[in-house]
Design a protein around this ligand. Structure first.
Ligand code: SF4
Ligand code: SF4
Length: 121
């Protein structure tokens, strides 16, 4: 049973700075937006390379809660705008029936006695 509720969460997972996508994900985005794969790659992603990583990452936008979130996130409604075409990593997250951030959020809201409270992550 799922022990988290994304509908009451401001979308912390979409603020991760490195949301890596595969060639398959980029091709799906391209189809969704009726673009070529190269257009989708340039418009929606950038190349991130360090000694430890070599990834294609989703671009971000500014956000009033987490400073920066995925470019596909609706910062008012707090939801993904491309749910049907979202990358695999977003489909898998949080990799089980629990979400650590949701537990943290629930705990902080209970202690603040405020169901709208958003703790700094
Ligand atoms: S951080 Fe957890 S509860 Fe919040 S939207 Fe992501 S998966 Fe859902
Ligand atoms: S594609 Fe959608 S689910 Fe994935 S990080 Fe962006 S807004 Fe969140």
């Amino acid at each position: 049973m799922t022990r988290y509720n994304c509908l009451v969460c401001p979308g912390y997972c979409c603020s991760h700075s490195r949301i890596a996508v595969s060639e398959f994900d980029i091709a799906r985005l391209a189809r969704h937006f009726d673009l070529t794969v190269e257009q989708a790659r340039t418009k929606f992603t950038y190349h991130y390379q360090t000694k430890e990583a070599d990834e294609q990452i989703l671009r971000h936008q500014k956000d009033h809660i987490y400073k920066s979130v995925c470019r596909f996130f609706d910062t008012t409604e707090r939801r993904c705008t491309i749910y049907a075409a979202r990358p695999n990593v977003c489909r898998k997250y949080p990799y089980g029936n629990k979400c650590g951030y949701y537990d943290f959020l629930k705990f902080e809201r209970m202690h603040q006695d405020d169901q709208e409270f958003i703790p700094s992550a």
